[in-house]
Design a protein around this ligand. Structure first.
Ligand code: GTP
Length: 385
């Protein structure tokens, strides 16, 4: 879940991180081109803007007589900064990572509700307008806390305001007008209800959008995979192999390097299908893919070239190394056991050809094919070339 600052904690966006990230492992700066950077900067500005507006507005309001003159400006500002600093340290030290929501949204919101209720206590004529601070606070939860928690936060805000009204009614009855208090209470209840309802609507849109994006990404991945992979074995398909082959050929025409091509064909595969069925034949092909993937290097390009024919490209490799890899593969594959026929042994034949200057994909494939033919005619289960 992405961290976000909330109303009373600048969280990730505190300018101190510029100097502290180099000192403590938990303090990290986003790279310049990170897509979240602009968003975080905007949140920082929003948080700073909220602080200045709230505190400055109260200071001016006091002078103009719209806010009670005994409003403790300085302690309030210090409390704001202290609460913010605590959240900042908890989040940036990485300690909050152990919680389900590392942004500590609910905790930040609770602190915010307490602070706003205190401010409202000192607000006189401005109280009605300042009620919107509760809504401002609620916006921080819209994208990061679930509907039930949003409702809970709205109830906490409404209850805090109710307690304030009860306290004032009991302790300062002379200064309070019941109709005004009741009006404020009703308006807050109404707007919070609307807010929660809209918030959950926005959240369900967001979830739908996420789900759609997820399935689009999955579809894209599947398409990308289908485009280059063979469905049965998971190996590269013939088209992708020929593309890679062309790339290698144009690379070695610029910077000469050895290149080997092997064509592999399973021996007497038709009888496997005929005796044990097509599914058993498929399992043998899959087993070959598995064994071959483990016998070759990551830089080798292995593909299913046809039905039971496979191609391997060995870029920047030498004859002995290619021969050793194919022999290893031939031996391991011949040792493979199959659950559907414990006595079955399937072998392979291979034709190996080296790139020669002037070769095209076609000429090199032809030479590998001739070598394969020789391996077959010399008795199978062998490498030729
Ligand atoms: N199960 C299965 N069989 C396949 C697939 N693709 C091709 N085949 C079978 O592979 C067999 C190839 O047989 P042949 O070309 O006659 O060769 P072979 O029996 O292996 O004999 P040699 O190559 O001469 O050793 C055919 O029976 C094809 O039906 C596949 O995807 N799955």
């Amino acid at each position: 879940m992405p961290r976000h600052p909330g109303l009373f904690a600048l969280g990730d966006h505190w300018p101190l991180s510029l100097s502290r990230h180099s000192l403590e492992p938990g303090f990290r700066l986003l790279p310049r081109d990170h897509p979240d950077r602009a968003l975080r900067l905007r949140r920082l500005l929003m948080a700073v803007y909220s602080y200045l507006l709230m505190w400055g507005g109260l200071a001016i309001g006091t002078r103009l007589g719209a806010v009670a003159p005994d409003l403790p400006h300085l302690p309030l500002l210090l409390v704001l900064l202290a609460v913010n600093a605590v959240f900042f340290v908890i989040i940036r030290s990485g300690y909050s990572e152990r919680f389900k929501d590392p942004s500590l949204t609910v905790a930040q919101m609770l602190a915010g509700i307490a602070m706003i209720t205190l401010i409202l206590h000192y607000a006189r004529e401005l109280r009605g307008a300042l009620l919107c601070l509760y809504l401002m606070l609620m916006t921080f939860g819209v994208f990061s806390i679930h509907r039930r928690r949003q409702i809970a936060m709205a109830l906490v805000a409404q209850s805090a305001f109710t307690l304030l009204l009860i306290y004032e009614w009991l302790h300062q009855p002379a200064q309070r007008q019941f109709t005004l208090m009741f009006g404020h209470w009703g308006i807050l209840a109404l707007t919070l209800t609307w807010f929660v309802s809209m918030g959950s609507h926005i959240q369900s849109l967001q979830q739908r959008f996420r789900a759609q994006r997820e399935s689009l990404l999955q579809a894209h991945d599947r398409l990308a995979r289908i485009a280059v992979r063979d469905e049965l074995t998971g190996l590269y398909n013939r088209r992708h192999f020929l593309e890679r082959f062309d790339e290698e050929l144009s690379r070695i025409s610029r910077e000469p390097a050895p290149l080997y091509l092997a064509l592999v064909d399973l021996d007497h595969f038709k009888p496997v299908n005929d005796t044990y069925g097509h599914q058993a034949g498929d399992a043998v092909l899959q087993r070959f893919a598995n064994v071959a993937s483990h016998c070759l290097r990551r830089t080798d390009v292995l593909a299913r070239y046809g039905g039971e024919e496979f191609a391997i490209l060995f870029p920047r490799s030498h004859h002995e190394a290619c021969l050793a890899a194919i022999t290893r593969l031939r031996e391991r594959f011949a040792e493979a056991r199959y659950a559907f026929a414990p006595d079955l042994r399937v072998t392979l034949s291979c034709g190996l050809a080296a790139y020669q200057p002037g070769d095209t994909a076609r000429t090199l494939l032809e030479r590998a094919d001739q070598a394969l033919y020789r391996a077959k005619s010399e008795g199978r289960n062998r490498v030729s070339g």
